[in-house]
Design a protein around this ligand. Structure first.
Ligand code: SF4
Length: 233
């Protein structure tokens, strides 16, 4: 799958695209939100922090003001208090917002530290650790979960459980994990979509369990009942 997707969507070198705090907060904002709205919400949020950016200031603002700033992101009323609680917890634990210490921890310890934050789930934590610190973790977002379930790489299970299951199958190779994650995202957005996968155009169909079973009539992912009961992202 990795080789086929790389041949199709191109190589994706692992280079951190933004600083760890930006990645962490943006990933919380990205849940159920497209990239454009996530970025707009982030820009309005950090504008509240002034110049230079003060995360302390954002943490102490009235929650309604934070929710208004991130209104382009879906569910701003629940994300605003999560973001503020996460900021307060980071500062209480570390005395600053410098997350560079995570690079020195074993991956599972870094994962544990991040997921102990009130607004951070295993996907967000895995993404920050892989994208920013090149640690061998595999973030499972909705696209990764859907495709790996349909092709039969993992049995029916929720997203959180899929992190462990997929990590067991994959080599501890951060550039490969990054490239596979990013190319699965492209494949999920363009071909293996949620409700009407375009199996006739899919480079994975010869090894796909769902295609073998349903042919061109692979059902919507909602109809399979996989992944219900989501926790924090
Ligand atoms: Fe998704 Fe269809 Fe491709 Fe299988 S064959 S991975 S269901 S698009």
């Amino acid at each position: 799958m990795h080789r086929t997707l790389t041949d199709t969507y191109g190589p994706k070198p692992l280079v951190a695209r933004r600083d760890p705090m930006h990645e962490l907060i943006s990933t919380i904002l990205s849940q159920r939100t497209n990239w454009r709205d996530e970025d707009a919400a982030y820009q309005e949020l950090v504008a509240l922090g002034g110049e230079p950016l003060s995360w302390d200031r954002i943490a102490e603002l009235p929650v309604e003001q934070v929710a208004h700033a991130i209104r382009r992101s879906n569910y701003p009323e629940s994300k605003a208090p999560r973001i503020q609680a996460t900021l307060k917890a980071i500062c209480a634990e570390r005395g600053s917002y410098d997350l560079s210490f995570l690079a020195t921890l074993p991956p599972q310890e870094g994962l544990k530290w991040l997921t102990n934050l009130p607004g951070v789930g295993v996907k967000t934590a895995s993404l920050v650790l892989l994208f920013n610190f090149s640690l061998p973790l595999f973030p499972v977002d909705t696209h990764v979960h859907r495709i790996t379930s349909r092709v039969g790489a993992i049995p029916a299970m929720g997203e959180a459980a899929a992190h462990k299951a997929l990590l067991r199958l994959l080599p501890p190779d951060p550039p490969l994990l990054y490239e596979l994650h990013v190319n699965l995202l492209s494949h999920g957005q363009q071909v293996c979509t949620f409700s009407r996968p375009r199996c006739g155009k899919c480079v994975l169909r010869e090894r796909c369990d769902a295609y073998a079973r349903y042919g061109d009539r692979v059902p919507s992912f909602a109809e399979t009942g996989v992944g219900k009961g989501k926790a924090k992202g």
